[in-house]
Design a protein around this ligand. Structure first.
Ligand code: GLP
Length: 241
């Protein structure tokens, strides 16, 4: 596990964008596993800036996103489909047919999760998986549990996640109660993992993930078993390590 400490959010975003661009430059048809949330927004902005300067080309890139709320239409501005188009896909030369987000409008969970898992396999696996971390140590929407979920599945969101994510919705009641997410097994199959973390409110979760016991109670702790993890975190997020 390699940990880069940055002074602040801007530096974290630039460093992470450097790592993703290096991947795309060295393998133009990379499969990028992407993430949503407030953490990666600065990194996406940086990638767009470099794309506009002609430094990075997304024309052959393929993407798979980690997760999506179940029951939200794609044009709902809180869907992760909408987020990805707004922050990245619509701003660079990526082929929309090569981008994939779990289909939140498919209400048959089993069918959608099986389809998504197969799709990732058919793409030859993920070259680099970007991750953020939840305050309770969740990755994707893999919430603390008594076992690690293997494949893409449907989850009931915890109160803490609903509480944390309600800032994006009109009220907590509007936050969907379920989501589709890649499983821990799906995430661990990625060849490389890039975890980005900022802010003091993530310091506990990050310290537990890196130095605590490997337990499904802290889903991100599984990353200790992956052989190519890069963490880019700002000083505040690293303050408890
Ligand atoms: C959400 C997402 C995660 C994300 C996490 C942290 O619930 N499903 O993929 O990493 O919360 O979000 P943020 O970056 O906004 O703190």
């Amino acid at each position: 596990m390699r940990i880069y400490e940055t002074a602040n959010y801007e530096e974290m975003s630039r460093k992470a964008a450097n790592i993703l661009s290096a991947q795309v430059i060295s393998k133009p048809d990379s499969v990028l596993g992407l993430a949503t949330g407030s953490t990666p927004i600065g990194m996406y902005d940086q990638l767009v800036e470099w794309y506009n300067k002609g430094d990075v080309d997304f024309s052959e890139v393929k993407t798979v996103n980690l997760d999506e709320y179940k029951g939200l239409a794609r044009d709902n501005d809180q869907s992760y489909y909408y987020f990805m188009h707004k922050h990245l896909f619509d701003r660079v030369n990526i082929n929309p047919d090569n981008t994939n987000v779990p289909d939140g409008t498919q209400m048959d969970s089993e069918k959608e999760c099986a389809r998504y898992e197969k799709l990732i396999e058919s793409m030859g696996g993920v070259d680099i998986q970007l991750l953020g971390i939840g305050r309770n140590g969740h990755i994707g929407f893999n919430e603390p549990d008594n076992c690690f979920a293997k494949t893409t599945h449907c989850v009931d969101l915890t109160e803490s996640t609903i509480e944390a994510n309600k800032r994006f919705f009109a009220s907590a009641d509007d936050v969907p109660r379920q989501a589709y997410t890649m499983g821990i097994g799906t995430i661990m199959k990625a060849k490389k993992i890039l975890l980005i973390v900022n802010g003091e409110d993530k310091a506990d979760a990050l310290a537990k993930a890196v130095y605590g016991p490997v337990t499904p109670e802290v889903p991100a702790s599984i990353l200790q078993f992956h052989n190519d993890v890069v963490i880019v975190a700002d000083q505040a997020a690293l303050s408890k390590m």
